[in-house]
Ligand binder design. Structure first.
Ligand SMILES: Cc1ncc(COP(=O)(O)O)c(C=O)c1O
Length: 353
């Protein structure tokens, strides 16, 4: 999991002013959390500001407005849509809702660091399957499925390696998984994907009754602090997850912000931001490679530098220069694509190494 000091912790926020001296220096650049470098869109911010006047109210408990907006946008029946406290919260909710009869969860490793925690929190058994290079080893994952498999997690594109599975690969994999085993495709970074051959979980779930797709408003939509994710799941799976999910999530501000983010006039801005991310991704990757660092191809808003034993050293040098990146000791460093200025500062540190 990420270093707690890298995250903004609201737990002790009784008096934020008092805490201010403990906060990181204002100029610290955080490229460790795969956040959007953009401030919220003014139109979305305005809706949230207005909703602040309703903080004393519970949010609509079925999130009907947001679910309806998603159903229209995704052309999917509302009963197949789940919304919840981030896609990570929904993922744990889904694993739990499948029940204890089958105990094992198959997932890729190296992948999203929260998966092992979700497995632990749901009382299930971890079945991590090592990557092959930067990619899921789909053959090994299919072979790891047994009569005790509760579900399979697929992270596409994969965090932290940035690799994306192609349509044919993922379709062939799904066809090998028994229909009673749910495959949860985590597409937290989907909006950043530019490869036309990349698998699209929403298309692949058509005609398959055991596929669930997770997406989020945290990344490209830039609403990470509001904790809103959504899932498209078979209706029966969604229904069970609603029964076991936490109540009143997402909160009211999250519901209105996410709903406002789905308005057609926001689309162009989202596309512009994702296109800028893709350009910056190419530029930063090429510049780092030119400095002699290995950098994996990425379809996300971050880069993976598999520098092994040098990981902690590079992260420490970045930290000393006021930049947080995410080291994976002995493996590599994950670097979020930041603003133009942040990327330049990162390159300056890397070139001084
Ligand atoms: C693969 C993956 N899934 C899910 C999440 C969490 O997203 P959310 O903020 O929607 O819970 C992350 C966040 O880093 C992620 O990398």
């Amino acid at each position: 999991m990420s270093n707690p000091s890298d995250t903004f912790d609201l737990a002790d926020s009784a008096d934020l002013a008092e805490l201010a001296p403990l906060a990181e220096p204002a100029e610290l650049i955080d490229l460790s959390m795969n956040e959007s470098p953009y401030a919220p869109l003014p139109s979305v911010q305005a809706v949230v500001e207005k909703a602040v006047a309703q903080l004393h109210r519970y949010p609509p408990h079925t999130a009907a407005g947001l679910v309806t907006a998603l159903a229209q946008r995704l052309d999917a029946p509302a009963e197949e849509i789940l919304v919840g406290p981030g896609s990570a919260g929904l993922c744990q909710n889904l694993i739990q809702s499948l029940g204890p009869q089958r105990r094992q969860v198959v997932y890729p490793e190296l992948s999203f660091e929260a998966y092992p925690l979700m497995v632990f929190n749901t009382g299930s058994q971890p079945v991590p399957v090592p990557l092959t290079g930067y990619a899921h080893d789909l053959d090994a994952m299919a072979a790891a499925v047994t009569e005790d498999t509760r579900c399979v997690l697929v992270c596409n594109p994969n965090n932290p390696t940035g690799d994306v599975l192609r349509t044919e690969q993922l379709a062939a994999f799904l066809d090998r998984i028994p229909s009673e085993v749910l495959v949860i495709i985590d597409e937290a970074y989907r909006e950043y994907v530019t490869d036309p051959e990349a698998a699209d979980g929403l298309a692949l779930r058509q005609g398959r009754d055991n596929v669930c797709v997770l997406r989020t408003f945290s990344k490209a939509y830039g609403l990470a602090t509001l904790r809103v994710g959504y899932a498209l799941a078979p209706a029966a799976v969604a229904q069970r997850a609603r029964m076991t999910g936490l109540v009143f999530y997402p909160g009211g501000l999250g519901q209105v912000a996410a709903t406002a983010s789905l308005r057609p006039e926001v689309d162009q801005e989202l596309l512009t931001r994702c296109a800028a991310n893709a350009e910056a991704r190419t530029r930063l990757a090429e510049s780092l490679r030119a400095l002699g660092l290995p950098v994996a191809p990425s379809q996300t808003n971050f880069l993976w530098a598999p520098i092994g034993a040098e990981a902690e050293n590079l992260a420490a040098r970045c930290r000393a220069a006021g930049i947080l990146v995410r080291p994976y000791p002995g493996l590599g460093v994950r670097i979020t694509i930041g603003s133009a200025e942040a990327n330049e500062r990162l390159l300056a540190v890397a070139s001084a190494g």
